[in-house]
Design a protein around this ligand. Structure first.
Ligand SMILES: Nc1ncnc2c1ncn2[C@@H]1O[C@H](COP(=O)(O)OP(=O)(O)OP(=O)(O)O)[C@@H](O)[C@H]1O
Length: 266
């Protein structure tokens, strides 16, 4: 994936909220690379994540969806700006996407196993149920969830468990690229590290690349080598985490560097 001077805006009917939410993002992500995206609330992280996952507006007419308004985005060698909805849908199959509200979007009428299996059957209705069951159990287990949750309904789980179910759903098709917006949102601190370790183990096994969004620097440090820091829609830092925080000039980077020191000292 390559983003080159990528800018994203919303085109709400309300003129006051038609604005460029993310400006001039440039990075590349090689196979197996994990890139963390950090920033305070409203800095544009989810807007960027949805766009990278090709969930933005590509002629869908959805006015609430973010839209690329400058620069370019290339996924698997395909420039995505202006591609047809059909080609975009095919590309999407290679991307696992955990939206920020992924846990809330689980289907309350389906069990956990059915929710996780749903992308498999959306792709191929006649897929073998035995193979689908094995793929679901493997990924649910990898997300450090007890297998007994498979027969439960989402509302019977804790919010952190639901987030892990949503993450399992994003990974069940073994995507080449994962875009995970707050993968540890609501996840108990005692399990958080386990979930991030599980992602790293899966990377070692499957070799996928990922963009991991979090407002928590500790989460990013644990699962990625590089980070991109957003502040009010602008990139204020990009590179190896230690490098970005070693000599911060921007006030937000200074605050991030200080928070890291506090955490280490605590
Ligand atoms: N559908 C939308 N229409 C118009 N503006 C939007 C829309 N969604 C988000 N925004 C605005 O875009 C900006 C970036 O929002 P975004 O959700 O990407 O930030 P964020 O960094 O993910 O924040 P948080 O950590 O709180 O989720 C904010 O000013 C937000 O109000």
């Amino acid at each position: 994936m390559v983003a080159d001077d990528l800018s994203i805006r919303y085109r709400s009917r309300d003129v006051r909220s038609r604005f460029v939410a993310v400006r001039g993002v440039t990075f590349d992500l090689a196979e197996g690379d994990f890139l963390g995206v950090v920033g305070e609330s409203g800095s544009g992280k989810s807007t960027l994540a949805a766009t990278l996952a090709l969930r933005g507006d590509a002629g869908s007419g959805d006015v609430s969806a973010p839209r690329i308004c400058g620069g370019s985005l290339t996924v698997d060698g395909t420039p995505v700006r202006g591609i047809s909805a059909h080609r975009r849908d095919l590309l999407r199959l290679r991307i696992g996407y955990l939206a920020q509200d992924g846990a809330e979007k689980l289907d309350a009428r389906l069990t956990v196993a059915e929710n996780v299996a749903e992308p498999i059957y959306s792709r191929d209705r006649r897929f073998s149920s035995r193979e689908a069951g094995a793929a679901v159990a493997t990924i649910v287990d990898a997300m450090r969830l007890p297998l007994r949750v498979m027969s439960r309904f989402p509302y019977e789980l804790s919010s952190g468990q639901r987030q892990r179910v949503a993450l399992a759903r994003a990974l069940v098709l073994e995507p080449r690229l994962l875009i995970a917006d707050e993968p540890t949102r609501g996840v108990d601190v005692t399990v958080r590290s386990g979930v991030l370790e599980a992602l790293l183990e899966l990377r070692a096994e499957r070799g996928f690349s990922a963009v991991i969004v979090s407002s928590d620097l500790g989460v990013i440090e644990q699962c990625s080598e590089r980070m991109l820091v957003l502040h009010r829609g602008n990139v204020v830092g990009l590179g190896p985490i230690n490098g970005v925080l070693s000599d911060p000039v921007h006030p937000y980077l200074k605050a991030l560097a200080a928070s890291r020191f506090d955490t280490v000292g605590a």
